[in-house]
Design a protein around this ligand. Structure first.
Ligand code: COA
Length: 565
């Protein structure tokens, strides 16, 4: 079938659906929801059999849903209606929730149901639930709905009852620091994370807060900021305290809390952890190390997978320390939602907002990423594994490829290319790491085509080494067993020797420094050259500017020479 994905953005759910539908032989094109006229034009050009809307912020025009069957993905159970489905599910402490695929009609979310799927809720942010449970349920439900549609004889049913839930207002999740328990504060912040955040105050200044984490032991006067650790601030509640990792101040962008309130945070007491070992009780810890069965596990839970200069430097320190441990395998776990999304575009933008140079901060950040990648490539006492349980984009993909093995959870999306960010050339030794895995032609195609890859797709290309189970718990169990097996393998010393010899051969043929210099010459032009595309693209990405057109590589129907089938 010809399926048009009509969406606000090519977000990870839309990417996943496009890939899954293509894998099943459908011709998929994408159009961003920019205006009714543009949607009408896209439908007329592509003449789809079906329109699927994975992520919309506005209603589909009647002129389109009256002519084409339009299926809306609603992140709520059958009968649930309204724009804040997942926010309410968290606030109302639902134990189970779901996704419904329903047909667009005049009334919002009231159309007949083509498919639905349910999932168990988890104590996590809205964005985290969206990236895992919702994406999985939505994928299953959309594939079922498409199968139902193509069967021809399926009659979608209207729900027997429905409940309209209004937009969640800030008053619905306002925090009362003199009354709310830590659990309540966590729930309120998580219901609004990544967007719009909870409207609150810090140091008497208005802001929106995000990225809340529990704290097991530190205590203080309710409402007071009682400690800081790296980028996070700890605020006391009536029964404990909650870490706040990110903040958006009026007129600014979402930033690490200690940067957004740099002056105020300067006088807050530090509560640093003593070392890299995972703390025994819940607390805020962005880099955490554990060991079992001869395997070291290094987790880095960076918000949105973005890695700023200082985070790269600290992770490199942690990696260098972990390499000295008496282990045989070293697994880099990344974070729960993202493994890594490369350099920290918000922090770079912030440098320019505060009168500094975004180019200089970009340069520092990519150098710190490269130093980290180099530390990983040059590991000679352990076999290294990048275990991708969450999505990975741009430089994050090549940082992962710097490990000897890349194992990916089924369901994860990879975006191993840079060009979407204003034609960025990219570094992280990709020009060394990518062609030796997939060949020169495939490497060029991956970079040029800018398409997301599924875990299976990446494996087929040879970009990764294994695809593990989709379920996060099963994935972790498989990963642990595989890593322990690798550590115990009798041929491990021989594998290490072979790796060291291969690296020496590669270095003799062309030193890593040469790859880095070549890449960085391009990056220098991207950051400091006359073409400001990267700076413009980054600004729009960080400011979340609405798209004004759909990129050609997504909208097949807008390609030159497109002929309606
Ligand atoms: N720096 C800062 N923030 C980043 C980021 C980065 N490198 N990558 C993603 N984010 C943020 C987004 O702004 C968004 O923020 P929010 O919490 O305010 O919503 C959040 O992470 C989730 O991103 P989103 O685009 O919604 O996630 P996705 O899973 O749908 O898409 C990517 C993933 C990787 C395709 C997309 O985020 C992307 O293109 N990121 C930029 C990658 C990049 O160009 N890095 C720099 C070059 S190395």
């Amino acid at each position: 079938m010809r399926i048009l994905l009509l969406t606000h953005a090519f977000n990870s759910l839309t990417q996943r659906l496009a890939a899954e539908l293509r894998q099943r032989g459908h011709l998929v094109s994408v159009e961003f929801d920019i205006s009714d006229a543009v949607t009408e034009e896209a439908a007329a050009l592509f003449a789809p059999d079906l329109i699927v809307a994975p992520y919309l912020r506005r209603a589909i025009p009647a002129s389109v849903w009256q002519r084409f069957v339009c299926l809306i993905v609603h992140p709520g159970v059958v009968g649930d209606r309204g724009p804040s489905a997942l926010d309410w599910a968290i606030l109302q402490q639902r134990s189970e929730w779901g996704v419904t695929v329903l047909q667009a009609e005049t009334e919002m979310d009231a159309g007949p149901v083509w498919a639905s799927a349910r999932f168990a809720m988890r104590d996590a942010s809205k964005a985290s639930l969206y990236r895992h449970e919702v994406t999985q349920a939505a994928t299953a439900a959309v594939l079922q709905a498409v199968a139902n549609f193509s069967a021809g004889n399926f009659v979608p049913q209207r729900p027997s009852g429905s409940q309209w839930q209004p937009l969640v207002k800030q008053a619905d999740r306002a925090i009362d620091w003199q009354a709310d328990s830590s659990a309540t504060v966590l729930r309120k912040v998580r219901s609004a994370d990544g967007f719009p955040g909870v409207a609150d105050t810090l140091f008497g200044q208005p802001c929106h807060v995000f990225d809340a984490w529990p704290e097991a032991s530190l205590r203080g006067t309710p409402g007071k900021v009682i400690a800081r650790r790296e980028t996070a601030l700890l605020r006391a509640t009536v029964d404990g305290a909650v870490w706040l990792g990110h903040v958006k101040r009026p007129g600014s962008i979402k930033l690490p809390a200690t940067l957004a309130f740099a002056d105020e945070a300067a006088s807050v007491a530090h509560a640093n952890l003593p070392d890299w070992w995972r703390a025994p009780a819940p607390t805020w810890q962005d880099i955490a190390y554990e060991e079992a069965d001869g395997v070291g596990y290094l987790a880095f839970e960076f918000y949105n997978g973005a890695m700023a200069t200082h985070q790269c430097e600290r992770l490199r320190d942690a990696l260098a320390w972990a390499k000295q441990r008496p282990t045989r395998v070293l697994v880099l776990l990344g974070g729960h939602d993202f493994w890594s999304n490369g350099i920290h575009l918000n922090m770079i933008e912030a440098a320019s907002l505060s009168g500094g140079s975004a180019a200089d901060e970009s340069w520092r950040n990519i150098n710190a990423m490269n130093d980290l990648a180099l530390e990983l490539i040059t590991t000679d006492q352990q076999i290294t594994v990048a275990a991708l349980g969450g999505n990975t984009g741009a430089g994050g993909c090549f940082l992962a490829r710097a490990a000897d093995q890349v194992w990916v959870r089924e369901g994860v999306m990879l975006n191993p290319h840079y060009k979407n960010m204003g034609n960025l050339y990219g570094s992280e030794y990709w020009s060394y790491l990518l062609p030796r895995r997939v060949g020169a032609d495939a490497a060029q195609a991956i970079m040029r085509n800018r398409q997301p890859l599924t875990a299976q797709g990446a494996l087929q290309l040879g970009l990764t080494d294994a695809c593990l189970s989709r379920d996060v718990t099963v994935f972790r169990a498989e990963l642990t067993a595989m890593a322990a097996g690798l550590a115990a393998a009798p041929d491990l010393p021989a594998r290490l020797t072979a790796k060291i010899e291969a690296r020496a051969r590669d270095e003799a043929a062309k030193p890593l420094a040469a790859y880095r210099n070549e890449e960085m010459a391009h990056m220098h032009r991207n950051f400091y050259g006359f073409d400001s595309s990267y700076h413009v693209a980054r600004h729009h990405f960080v400011q979340k500017s609405p798209a004004s057109w759909t990129p050609r590589h997504l909208a097949l129907h807008r390609e030159l020479g497109w002929v309606q089938p």
